[in-house]
Design a protein around this ligand. Sequence first.
Ligand SMILES: [Zn+2]
Length: 200
Amino acid sequence: NYVQTCGLCETICNLNNVATHDCLRGYFNYTTDENLYFYPLLDDGVTIVRRSLVQGSEVIATVPLQSNNIVFIQCTYIIDSNNIQPTLNTGQKKEKLSLEEEGTLILEVQCRQPLWNFRLPLAQRNNKITKCLWQEASNAINGKLNAIGCKNKFKNFHDIYRRLINSEKLPNGSASKSNIYKWRHAKIMEFLRDSCLQKR
Ligand SMILES: [Zn+2]
């Protein structure tokens, strides 16, 4: 029973339905202001789409996000519900990803922060959201692994990377520091370095 209002069409949406609201279609993020109005946020992270008065008539315009009147900013991934395909838990063939597909999977996960950034508020990475995002990752590799397969695969990469990072801290770390880059995905996994070094 927590609702927000669309800043473009004034529709009142249940919080769970905000990300799938029609006005946000095609955008990756949105922001919510202190009056609980939400607006599409452009990829630059500082421009919102809202109604503006231009020469006496109201138009849809892009305006800079003004941090002094927007107290509460929530950047949330918008889930394209058309992207969700039913996943079969059984009958999934054991597919092996090519090196290129593995790289694609990692990059797709990287641009979906809720899948790995545990500092984001839980509301932005709840089960419903992450389930959709893993499905999108699966779509990006043409469904060669399903959503659960992608999740497991990435967890595997994350574990390997965490081990490599932690081995850097050992006394003989200077030797292993160069070792880490022998792992084929070490470089594109760099975005996880901070979270791997943090104790949760
Ligand atoms: Zn709307």
